[in-house]
Design a protein around this ligand. Structure first.
Ligand code: ADP
Ligand code: GLC
Length: 507
């Protein structure tokens, strides 16, 4: 099959979160062994070229740009210049859409002072450029797999401005929703960005209109042949008013074409036996070295000073890690409620993240007050993230909602026990450990409250002191397989379904 993956970010070219991990890993697996015959698919990836991407290319000359083509992209009634840069990365072809006015910026979508105010224009340009590019390359994929609101207008263009062009007629589309909390909602005045489309035709309740504004994710939900999200549980949750962010009605209408496929993680990048970012390698068979990583981290981050030496900390006092966006989605507000009682316990905490200003200032205060018990690290730091996954005993994800979550999957692989709220993908992947049956891979709670979170951490700490049970729980997690192999096959099935649907053959 010919598959194009269109995304606003993908590892290693640009990343702000889990979306990039997914769109970076999935194409490689599809290209390698996607088809049932064992032969890989023809998979290509397209994303904008940001400053971050340029830096990566400069530092990785082995992946140099091989072809450059100029193009004119119709946006807001005029033609805007763009450039397609083409390169081979591992086993796939990558197209970078270049327009320095739009994309050569420090950040991808926003700065500390808020979202870039031309985000609608930037990503409508990108989506339209993707379709123009296909014709220039004379490559017509069977399916375009688009991700999140930034690429969600591609099916809208296909089914309006390009609908009578035979070149595009057999292309089917799948929209993956990675996070319904981000929809790309803009003032209706931005309708003029859709060159060649009569605004009245699409500014209706059953199309892009959303409480008087336009909603780009809604465009994808309405026009894509198939819609999916990143866990079965989240696919159910988003059809309810509590989690639907205003789109539950539209999603419900499409419920028979709404699927949930759990994400995998890249087992080459996330492997404690080979991870370049960690000092001491370990595995399920030889887990001993995990302790050395912990020792190293608590020494480096001065977490051994208060009330215990580094050595006694090793096995007696659990180290709890958190890596992620500091946003309310991630449960930071309930964590904030319990910092005092939590840090009163015999635990150590290490946090890495960046995000909302209110959490930055709160965490700064806590870090000052509890020096030696908590280490707070702001910013994006790939190396430290790996070290935290490898060194911690437990990993916190008390998310308010979580479409899939990768942190808990990475933690399982690193023998680090997830403490999670039962929502979305967290509920689908983490099961409470039961010392009697020896089953389970983590600790979970349902009620979104500091109290429930604290009780769960206490349960985990109790089991932590019972080493045989703890080792069992760790082994259960490390034994699981959340590599991309099976989820990639699920995507292939969905691609085939989309193709059949496009050809009018139904299931
Ligand atoms: P989301 O995509 O909602 O942010 P996920 O759990 O799906 O959450 O994925 C987050 C990914 O980003 C993980 O790979 C995590 O390790 C990484 N990550 C998040 N914040 C940071 C950070 N500050 N530094 C390094 N990696 C981070
Ligand atoms: C989103 C979600 C996260 C998911 C990731 C990749 O950012 O918040 O739960 O794992 O996308 O699909």
């Amino acid at each position: 099959m010919k598959i194009l993956i269109a995304t606003a970010e993908a590892v290693p070219f640009a990343k702000t979160g889990g979306l990039a991990d997914v769109t970076g890993a999935l194409p490689l697996v599809l290209a390698e062994r996607g088809s049932t015959s064992g032969k890989g698919h023809d998979v290509r990836l397209v994303l904008p070229q940001y400053a971050m991407t340029k830096n990566w290319l400069a530092n990785n000359p082995q992946f140099s740009v091989q072809k450059i083509i100029g193009m004119d992209v119709p946006v807001k009634g005029i033609l805007i210049k763009g450039i397609i840069e083409e390169l081979k990365y591992e086993n796939i072809t990558v197209y970078l859409i270049k327009n320095d006015d739009y994309f050569l910026r420090d950040e991808l979508y926003s700065t500390q002072s808020g979202d870039y105010d031309d985000n609608a224009e930037r990503f409508i340009f990108f989506s339209r450029a993707v379709l123009e590019m296909l014709k220039l390359k004379d490559w017509s994929p069977d399916v375009i797999h688009l991700n999140d609101w930034q690429a969600a207008t591609i099916p809208l263009f296909l089914k309006t401005v390009y609908k009578d062009d035979p070149f595009y007629s057999s292309i089917s589309t799948i929209l993956t929703i990675h996070n319904l909390g981000y929809q790309g909602v803009f003032p209706s005045s931005e309708l003029n960005l859709f060159s060649g489309i009569n605004p009245e035709e699409i500014f209706t309740m059953d199309k892009l209109e959303f409480y008087g504004k336009i909603n780009l994710l809604k465009a994808g939900i309405v026009y894509a042949d198939i819609v999916n999200t990143v866990s079965p549980k989240y696919a159910q949750e988003i059809q309810l008013p509590e989690c639907g962010y205003g789109l539950d009605g539209v999603l419900k209408q499409r419920s028979h074409e709404l699927y949930g496929i759990i994400n995998g993680i890249d087992y080459d990048i996330w492997n404690p036996a080979t991870d370049k970012e960690i000092m001491h390698h370990y595995s399920l068979q030889c887990p001993e070295n995990k302790r050395l990583n912990k020792l190293n981290l608590i020494d480096n981050f001065h977490l051994g000073t208060k009330g215990a030496t580094s050595i006694s900390l090793l096995d007696d006092i659990p180290l709890i890690g958190l890596v992620g966006r500091l946003a309310s989605q991630k449960g930071l507000d309930i964590l904030a409620e319990i910092f005092e009682p939590l840090l009163f316990m015999d635990v150590r905490l290490i946090l890495l993240g960046s995000g909302e200003e209110k959490y930055h200032s709160l965490l700064q205060k806590i870090a000052k007050k509890y020096r030696g018990k908590i280490s707070v690290n702001f910013g994006y730091n790939e190396e430290l993230a790996h070290r935290i996954y490898a060194s911690s005993d437990m990993f916190l994800m008390p998310s308010h909602y979580e479409p899939c979550g990768l942190g808990q999957l990475i933690s399982l692989r690193y023998g680090t026990i997830p403490i999670v709220r039962e929502t979305g993908g967290l509920a689908d992947t983490i099961e409470e450990f039961d010392p009697l049956s020896g089953k389970g891979n983590g600790f979970t709670f349902t009620e979104y409250s500091g109290k429930a979170l604290l009780q769960t951490i206490k349960r985990a700490c109790y089991i932590y002191q019972h080493k045989t049970d703890w080792k069992r729980c760790v082994a259960n997690g490390m034994n699981q397989d959340y590599s991309w192999a099976s989820s990639a096959m699920e995507y292939v099935k969905l691609y085939r379904r989309a193709v059949r649907q496009r050809q009018g053959k139904g299931d």
